[in-house]
Design a protein around this ligand. Sequence first.
Ligand SMILES: Cc1cc2nc3c(=O)[nH]c(=O)nc-3n(C[C@H](O)[C@H](O)[C@H](O)COP(=O)(O)O)c2cc1C
Length: 336
Amino acid sequence: MNTDSPNKVPATSDPRALRDAFATFTTGVTIVTTRNTEGAPFGVTVNSFNSVSLDPPLVLWSLAKTSRSLEAFQSAEHWAVHILSAEQEALSTRFARSSENKFEGIELESGIQGTPLLPLCTTRLQCRTAFRYEGGDHIIFVGQIVAFDRSDRAPLVFHGGKYAVATRKTPPLTLAPREGAPIDTRFGEEFFGYLLWRASQQFHLRMQPTLTARELTQEELFVLIPLFHKDGRSADAFCSTLADLGLGAATSAIDRLADRGLIRVETETRRLFLTARGRDEVLQVFAMTKAIESECLGQLGDWDSVSLKNLLKQFIVLTNPGLPHPWDAEETEPQA
Ligand SMILES: Cc1cc2nc3c(=O)[nH]c(=O)nc-3n(C[C@H](O)[C@H](O)[C@H](O)COP(=O)(O)O)c2cc1C
């Protein structure tokens, strides 16, 4: 280690810098719950949690001495650690604020000696207090696990003061370019455009038999789905929105769908409405494509599905040149 590093700061001189240094340690996020002696529930968002021992099964976490919940935990014989799933960011935020009604509206389960248990977590560890230690401005709680349950839900992650999701490191793809191909003409695994295109292509290839069986084209589907979310759209504005998104063949798709009685074009206003048959058709396609999606994402696993969707959403937002969202865009009439 280079002790002359220009970033070296005496540990006591700058609490903010030390906090930032701690924050480079990536953790999961937990909520620890208990009841006070009057039976009121208490809970705190905690990332100081760690496993300690398998035999006996011990865990630890620490609570700031300023916490409103300190007294409840100091006197508690039991508490439960909830390892949060990637879907539970809002719950984490709620329990990270000092408030009287953190549990409002939550359907609690009852654990050992009535310990409040939160639903839909990745893992829950019910513990009996084994030791308590002074830890500077915190109290360190060590608990012996008396019961636990776990699921495969993707965990919530905390790094650098921000929530994140975990992605597994994968071995290199087997799509590597042929040995000896000139480096700058390789459309291999490092070419992002290729990866996006190929992933999208493979997903749509799986969907194709469903669409073919229902005699629908990709363009027709992209007309039906936005109308399912909001119909009564102006045909011209809607086509222009879809054209902006690269779906230029919407006009002919609209004609075909109208001929099949799946949509209705109001003669005077040229507004588009989904018919009852059209609505039914969308529901059928939804069910089928959801099944295909579950099958594809099932191959990827729960964690990586969450990460992939999260990254794609970020990528779409960051690179959006101003395109509307086709589902709920309030189209403006194209200028004549
Ligand atoms: C991700 C995250 C992790 C946290 N970890 C801890 C922790 O380990 N110990 C702690 O005392 N506070 C921690 N906090 C802060 C507490 O959740 C926060 O101070 C909470 O308001 C305490 O609630 P209370 O005052 O009602 O007891 C964390 C907050 C967040 C957002």
